[in-house]
Every structure is written in structure tokens, then in C-alpha cells.
Design a protein. Structure first.
Length: 304
């Protein structure tokens, strides 16, 4: 079955714009019941040292249910990166979410405007060398600093100033996919790319039956000309910036090599001048004359 590659921003946005599928995806990743979800996809241009490129962020206001807290309003932030070193832009966007307030209707029908607890999800198209697993959960556990015992309570202060994170590494997928998360991440398996990198050819028979609706949804988009045009445009932009980065790296290497060569030439000239000055000093040549012939200062000559 051919599906669009959800590692691409346009494909992932299409996937998560479907509310029922978004609830299922978030439930699988968080391993919590997602009762409702409201997407707020945002796109902005950020500038780093080497590129300026529109990057999609995916924010969801959601109500989740847990045995400990019951129903809870949260802000779920999803960021994706195909390339390493996205940490600073991840932090910049996270910082903006920390100062945001969200409006929602409580169980009594009253409008509330509050800061919500944040849950972050990072989908990476590369490997973190320290972690040989497709899924990492980083929790904000409360620990008594004196006794080192875990405190099973989180108040608003803790909830709003710390957050759990889920890190998904697409390239760490194993052949044996046993958990719901691993079976879902099969839709991101880049080993199944076709000649068009934005299209994956997955084995429909190996899919978890619970995810057939996701497979069908992504398959329909693979036959949509407008979606294909969007994916082609996204790929063209990525390729253009990759080429620019490659050219910039080569130019920087050339500049560094030229700088190194000039420094080596300067050092050799300095050594020759020093050697000549030493010879001239042994011949009792006046310092002023040595200065003219070597370019060295009188202070340097006196120290020889």
C-alpha cells in the first residue's frame, strides 16, 4: 500500500487534521486516554546560523484522562526534525508555549483562561546515539530531596513549570514491533521509501488492524494531486537548503584552508627573518639595518 510519508510536514499536518485520527495517535504515544483534541497548527519562520525556512509546529489543546487525576486539560506540543541539531529552535518554541494562556470551557460551562500543563513530543528522523530505542519517555517525577523518596503528588506549581517529554526516533525502529507505539511508528519507516521520498510503500498485511483507518487515510492522500504538489514543493525547498548548506560548508572549508596556508606562509617568513637576523647579529650588523632587511622590530631583534 502506498501512503504519503508523515515525516514530511504537509503529510503530518494532513494526518493530524483528522480529529478522530489525531485522538488515536496521541493516545498511542501518550499511553493515556485522549477524550477530545483541538488542533492549532502553527507555522512560522525561524532564523538560525545557516538557514531560514518555514517550520511547522503542531499544538493541540486536549482533555486527557488518567487514573490519578481524572480529566485534565493539557497543551500538547509536537515538533519534528529530519536533521540533527534542532535543539535551540525546539527550546525557542517551547519557551513561547510556557507563557501562553488557553481559553476553554470547564465542566460547569464557564469560560476559563489559564496556563495549561505542557506535554512535548519530538519526532526525529535521525538517531540520538545514546538511546537505542524508538521511543523515550522523560518524566517529571517529584522526589523528596532529603529522603530521596518519590512523592506521588503534583500540584499546579510542579505541573506548570515542568513537563513530560516523548522522544520518538524513526531510525531506531526494530523489525520486531510488539507495542502499539512501535506498530504506529511503522507508518514513518523510512526504509519503505519509494523513488519519491515523500511516498512510502508499506506492507498492508503487517499492519495492526487498529491502524487500518490511518493507513487508508494516508493512502487516499497519495492519490491526491494537490497533496503531491505540496509534498514536491516541500521536498524542493529542503533540497535547495541542503544544497545551500553543502555549498556553504565547502566555502567555509576552503576559507579555513586558505587561512591555514596563509598562516603557515607567515610563520615560515617569520622563521626565515628570525634566522637571518641571528646571522646578521653575529656579524655585528647594526640593529637599524637588521630591521630594514628582516622587517623585525628592534625589541624582537634584541631578544635574539
Amino acid at each position: 500500500m502506498r501512503i504519503i510519508n508523515p515525516l514530511y510536514d504537509q503529510a503530518f499536518k494532513y494526518l493530524m487534521d483528522n480529529e478522530l485520527i489525531a485522538k488515536k495517535v496521541l493516545s498511542v504515544i501518550l499511553e493515556k486516554e485522549v477524550i477530545s483534541v483541538q488542533s492549532k497548527t502553527t507555522e512560522q519562520t525561524l532564523i538560525d546560523k545557516r538557514r531560514e525556512i518555514p517550520l511547522s509546529r503542531f499544538d493541540f489543546k486536549a482533555i486527557i484522562r488518567t487514573p490519578e487525576k481524572g480529566e485534565q486539560n493539557v497543551l500538547i506540543e509536537i515538533q519534528k526534525s529530519k536533521n540533527p541539531d534542532p535543539v535551540m529552535r525546539f527550546r525557542r518554541y517551547l519557551g513561547k508555549n510556557y507563557i501562553r494562556t488557553e481559553t476553554f470551557i470547564d465542566r460547569y460551562g464557564q469560560e476559563q483562561k489559564l496556563a495549561l500543563p505542557i506535554i512535548t513530543i519530538y519526532i526525529l528522523g535521525y538517531k540520538l546515539p545514546e538511546y537505542d530505542t524508538p521511543g523515550i519517555l522523560v518524566t517529571n517525577t517529584v522526589v523528596d530531596a532529603t529522603t530521596k523518596e518519590i512523592i506521588p503528588i503534583k500540584n499546579d506549581f510542579v505541573e506548570l513549570l515542568t513537563h513530560p517529554s516523548y522522544i520518538l526516533q524513526i531510525q531506531r525502529l526494530k523489525k520486531d514491533r510488539r507495542t502499539k507505539l512501535e506498530k504506529f511508528l511503522a507508518f514513518f519507516d523510512q526504509a519503505q521509501r519509494t523513488d519519491d521520498s515523500f511516498i512510502l510503500d508499506i506492507d498492508e498485511h503487517s499492519l495492526d488492524s487498529d491502524f487500518q483507518d490511518i493507513a487508508d487515510h494516508l493512502n487516499r492522500a497519495s492519490q491526491d494531486e494537490d497533496m503531491i504538489d505540496k509534498l514536491l514543493a516541500e521536498e524542493d525547498i529542503e533540497n535547495a537548503f541542503d544544497k545551500l548548506e553543502h555549498d556553504l560548508e565547502n566555502a567555509q572549508k576552503r576559507e579555513e584552508e586558505e587561512r591555514r596556508q596563509k598562516e603557515e606562509e607567515r610563520r615560515q617568513k617569520q622563521n626565515l627573518a628570525t634566522d637571518l637576523a641571528k646571522v646578521l647579529k653575529t656579524m655585528s650588523v647594526p640593529t637599524s639595518e637588521i630591521e630594514k632587511r628582516t622587517g623585525l622590530t628592534s625589541e624582537t631583534i634584541d631578544k635574539l
